[in-house]
Every structure is written in structure tokens, then in C-alpha cells.
Design a protein around this ligand. Sequence first.
Ligand code: IFM
Length: 463
Amino acid sequence: MAVDVCVAPNQSLSPPADSVLWHQDFLLGAATAAYQIEGAAAEDGRLASIWDTFSATPGKTLAGDTGAIACDHYHRWEEDVALLASLKVDAYRLSIAWSRVMTADGQPNPLGIAFYRKLLQALRAHGMKTFVTLYHWDLPQHLEDQGGWVNRETAYRFAEYADLMSRELAGLVDAWATLNEPWCSAYLGYGNGHHAPGKAQLGLATQAMHHLLLGHGMAVARLRANDPAAQVGIVANVGHATTTGATVADQRAAFLFEIQNNQWVLDPLLKKTYPAALWELWPGTEPVIHDGDMALIGTPLDYLGINYYFRSNVISDGQHGYTEVALEGVERTQMGWEVYPDGLRHLLVGFRRDYPNLPPIYITENGMASDDHVVDGMVEDSQRISFFNRHLAAVDQAVKAGVDVRGYFIWSLLDNFEWAFGYERRFGIVHVDYATQRRTLKRSAHLVRQFLTERRSKSLSQA
Ligand code: IFM
């Protein structure tokens, strides 16, 4: 099948003059996550997480890759902070490894906490805003051994962890996110088993989702009490679905796809209820909910993080659900994901319409994987540059349509451990040679720096 890749010659990262991207207070940042970059899996008292266990299980990740070393960021964090500063990004989004900072009996691990304190201090010293996610999929294994997110107790343990972190790191964080992509933790982790801990039962996924969101709701109060100057939010991955089918059932299939991917997370957070259509799709999987849970889950947020990557084409499965049918001849990334920037605009505008209480939004992840190689000291990642330009234009369109979007984080700063796909899929704007740990700026990184330098000089000359 022919695949079109949209690459413009003489590329730049240069939004039109009236784009929100030129506003000095629109944050442009880069993002990573602990297990994907840190390595040092058994150092300074770090305990095993479900991803250590899962990736060490034969057949679970491509080439048997694990995050044991990853980008060795735990040892090279100073170099990586200098790299970020050289790119002139306004903000950096990182996550904390729960198993690095808390012992199995819930006590602080001072060595692990010191790592994040030093990191955040260094970022602040360079003038960067710090966006810190508490949970980016790496549940301590000892909690999974007690049932993981299917066990209600895990939500209470999460709130205690949030309490500890916000007491220890208060004043160093601009924005806390409780969870990254609870859909992935619940559905991929417990519903189809593609991610750790590798369970595959829909009833487990819906119960896990409820406890993830409950943990979020309980954590919000602790974060606000301990670190009142910081913003508190959560990060959701969202997907856009269309159908090439001609029937009403096919339209319904696209609707149900979005219910499952988006409203399953956003409705409880913003409407204090799960979408009824979810139980049409997955009959008999309703979670056990205690009195007061939905009110906690629906605690108002300071911001909502949105992660967007691609569109899906679905048709009716002939029963009560949908099935995905890949579109032919569309542009795709190394992940096989369709490049479809308008899906981001469409979703943002739809969320504003459907949720009157929608908080301000940050695009907390957007980016793409490509098979990048260093040639003569440079990585020409033209598709990625074009991808960013088109998605930034989609964000700008959403802002012009009235959506309050305040920033955009590139996924990712570094090539890193792409979960079940190991190290083959490269999402970074900085290339990592895993044999030497050498970092090489890709063309996209050079252009980010060029754009941000120009933006700063314009604002200085206007001041
Ligand atoms: O690498 C992941 C990240 O950890 C969560 N969001 C999607 C990215 C790309 O798959």
C-alpha cells in the first residue's frame, strides 16, 4: 500500500503571525516519563514496579526490551536539564517513579526524593516551569501483588503517596498531574493486557478505572492543601473516530469508540458520572462504586491535560460495538498511527461544547515516532517537523474557536522506552544512541530552539 508522507522542503517551525504560539505566555514545553528515561532500576532503594516485572516477562515487549537502563537519565539528569535549557523550552513535564520515593511500608525514601528535588531545583534555576505527573503507569509491584488498581486500597495508597510528594516538593512544582492517561492504565493494563500488569478482563478494567479516578480525587485535596500555589490537574489521552461505513450502526460505532476512549474518563471527572453508553458497549462490567466516590472524582480541576496522537476509522461489528478498519493511503507514523491534526481541533472544540465546566487545557503530549538515524551529526526528521506544524495549527484553530488552551508539550524530549514497543520506536526531538547514551539534537529540536529564540527576542523588542 502506498503511504503518503507529508514533508515540506526548507522546513521551519514558524507559525503564522496571528498564531497563539507567538504569545509569550503560551507554554511550549517537552515531556518525558520516569520509567521511559530514568533507568537505574535498582538504585538508591528503588523498588520494582509493574513495568519492571512485565518487561522482564518473555514476549511482552519488542525484542525483550526493558527500562532497566533506558536513557540513563537518573545519572545524566544534569546533562538533560542543560539540553532542555539550550532548547529554550518554557516548561518541562516529567513524572515521579512512585517506587523510587516510597518504601513498601509507606515510608519516604530520602534518596529517591532527593533526586526529584535536585531535578526540580535545577529546572527552576533555568527558569523553566515544572509539570509533574505522579503516576505515569509504574505502580509499585508490591501493590499489584495486593490486587493493583482493582483493589480499592490502592486508591488510598495513591493519596498517601500524593500527600508525601506534595509535602516534600512543595514550592518546586508549577502544575501537578495526578495520573497520566488512566485509560491506558485501566484498559491496556487490565482490559486487554497489552500493558503491565497484563490482565485481560473488561470487568477488571472498569473497576481499575474507578479506583484510579478515586485515587485522583482523593489526591487532589492533598495536593491543594500541601502546595496551594501549584495548579492541580489530570492528563487524559483522547482519540477521534470517524467511519467509512454507510449505516446508522457505523455512525453509532464511531460514537461508541469515543465514549470508550474519551468519555469513560472525562464524564466522571467533569460530570460526576460514567457514560451510560459504556455499559451498552460492555454490558455487565459496571464497577462497584461507594457513596461519595463520584463527588470526589468530580472535584473541580485547575487544568486538564490532553494527549492526542491519531484518528481511528471504525465500523459496526454487527453486534453492539465497533471494529477498527485501517484507512488506505493515509499518512502514518512509525507506530502505524494516522497523522490527522484536525482530530485534535475537532475534539477540543467538542469538549468545550459538551463540558460547560471544562477547565483550561494544556496539550500535555503530542508527537510522533519515526525511524531516525544520525547522519553526519544530524537527524533529518522532516515528517516530525511537518507533524508539529500541522498540530500546532490545529491547536491555534481551537483557540480561535474559543477553547482555552494554554500550552503544548512535545512528546518527547528524548527517544525513550516506548513501553511494549521497546526502543525501536523513536519519539524524541533528541536522538539517543542507546549504546553510548550520546544525545544528538534532531532537526526538529534545532527548529524548536530557533522558534523560541525568535519569540523571546520579539517580546523583548516589544517590551
Ligand atoms: O510514550 C507514550 C507515553 O508514555 C504516554 N502517551 C503516549 C506516548 C506514545 O505512545
